[in-house]
Design a binder for this molecule. Structure first.
Ligand SMILES: [Zn+2]
Length: 118
């Protein structure tokens, strides 16, 4: 058991500059830092769009734009289709705020794009 006069060792993965800053902070500053860290964490988690490919889909590319995310995907059918894979198809993915606060991800189908892109 470490005594209370002993300073705790910063956890692995915490950058030195942050550990140094926190080590010198007052209890009030530390409490504020925790609140702010939680807010930042929530903000960053909300920004991550679920662009995981669904079964039968290949994500060709994902490009972040101001206000939307550009996603190009190929689609695969069940076995037996001679034209597979289809596409690639371009989608614009946006987040629409809902009244309950949970953002809803909206996929807008733009059209078929050149397989080689650009
Ligand atoms: Zn097909």
């Amino acid at each position: 058991m470490p005594s209370s006069t002993e300073e705790p060792t910063p956890p692995e993965g915490l950058p030195d500059r942050l550990a140094a800053e926190l080590g010198e902070a007052s209890p009030e500053e530390l409490r504020t830092a925790i609140v702010h860290a939680r807010e930042l964490l929530r903000f960053q988690e909300e920004r991550e769009l679920p662009i995981e490919p669904e079964p039968g889909e290949d994500v060709v590319r994902v490009i972040e734009h101001e206000g939307y995310t550009e996603v190009v995907k190929r689609h695969r059918c069940e076995e037996g289709c001679e034209e597979c894979p289809h596409g690639p198809y371009l989608y614009h993915v946006t987040e629409e705020p809902q009244p309950d606060g949970e953002p809803k991800v909206h996929w807008s189908f733009i059209g078929e794009v050149n397989a080689d892109g650009d």
